[in-house]
Design a protein around this ligand. Structure first.
Ligand code: GUN
Length: 283
């Protein structure tokens, strides 16, 4: 079997067209959905990420503001900026790019963002809403994974989903989203004794560890769906995921590539959340 590729670029294009249409409808009411992206310091990877986020907004008709600050910015000053953005009616979504410099308490900053504008879905209120099935913003990467499963018409009811990784940003929210769709969910992590025994039982595997070749072909049940959240570099410096793509694609029924898989979906879901925030604010 050769797996069908779930193309994150193609799906993103489709979803971003829908975002642009909904943004136009808001625009007709005099509301332009606005995202504020706050970057502190000069982390090169963060600079690329925020540039991509701002460009994606522009391409879909969303207003965006990029605020860049020196790494020496104090926590108090950053909290004051967040508060000003909370009170700015032109801004519907606030994203403070992580990581923050070590002298700033990132969790404190995240908790300062109004939950109504928490388009990253990192606030405790957003996490609680996801956990209890209440309306709130879902973290963009696992949300994008759910959209990818939806795009292939995958019914999760009664399926066994194995999530590898337990971060607050991907693994844990991913597990809750899969659970909400009635999958039986197992979360694996660095303390898991026999990862292969777990993944071999899985109908769906989400790899979100940040390490190459965490999932190889011998660990995958034939016909499983494999989503690769990893973003790593191989020995030649090429971008690669957590999954041994060439091997696993011979066993899986569907697989996401890296690049061009989950990555573009993360930004797309940020646009969706920002639009949603603007729509909620307009009601
Ligand atoms: N750093 C890496 N990914 C992300 C993300 O999705 N949101 C924020 N705020 N920071 C990040």
């Amino acid at each position: 079997m050769t797996a069908q590729i779930i193309d994150g670029n193609a799906l993103s294009k489709q979803l971003r067209t829908e975002v642009a249409t909904r943004a136009q409808a808001l625009q007709a009411q005099g509301i332009t959905p606005g995202l504020a992206v706050v970057l502190v310091g000069d982390n090169p990877a963060s600079q690329v990420y925020v540039r991509n986020k701002v460009k994606a907004c522009e391409d879909s008709g969303l207003h965006s503001v990029l605020e860049k600050y020196e790494a020496s910015m104090t926590e108090a000053d950053l909290l004051a900026r967040v508060e000003a953005l909370n009170n700015d009616p032109a801004i519907h979504g606030i994203l403070v790019q992580l990581p923050l410099p070590a002298h700033i308490d990132a969790q404190k900053v995240i908790e300062a963002i109004s939950p109504a504008k928490d388009v990253d879905g990192f606030h405790i209120a957003s996490a609680g809403a996801l956990m209890t099935g209440m309306p709130g913003f879902w973290p963009c990467t696992p949300y994008g994974c759910m959209k990818m499963l939806e795009s292939i018409g995958y019914d999760l009811r009664g399926k066994h989903a194995v999530v590898i990784g337990r971060s607050n940003i991907v693994g844990k929210p991913m597990a809750l989203m899969l659970l909400q769709k009635n999958a039986t969910v197992t979360i694996c992590h660095s303390g898991t004794k026999d990862l292969k025994a777990m993944t071999l039982q899985a109908d769906v595997i989400v790899a979100a560890v940040g390490k190459r070749n965490v999932l190889t072909a011998d660990m995958v049940k034939p016909g499983a769906v494999v989503l690769d959240v990893g973003m790593n570099r191989n020995d030649e410096g090429k971008l690669c995921g957590d999954v041994d793509f060439d091997g696993v694609k011979q066993v899986a029924s569907h697989i996401t590539p890296v690049p061009g898989g989950v990555g573009p979906m993360t930004i797309t879901m940020l646009l969706v959340n920002t639009l949603e925030a603007a729509e909620r604010a307009s009601k």
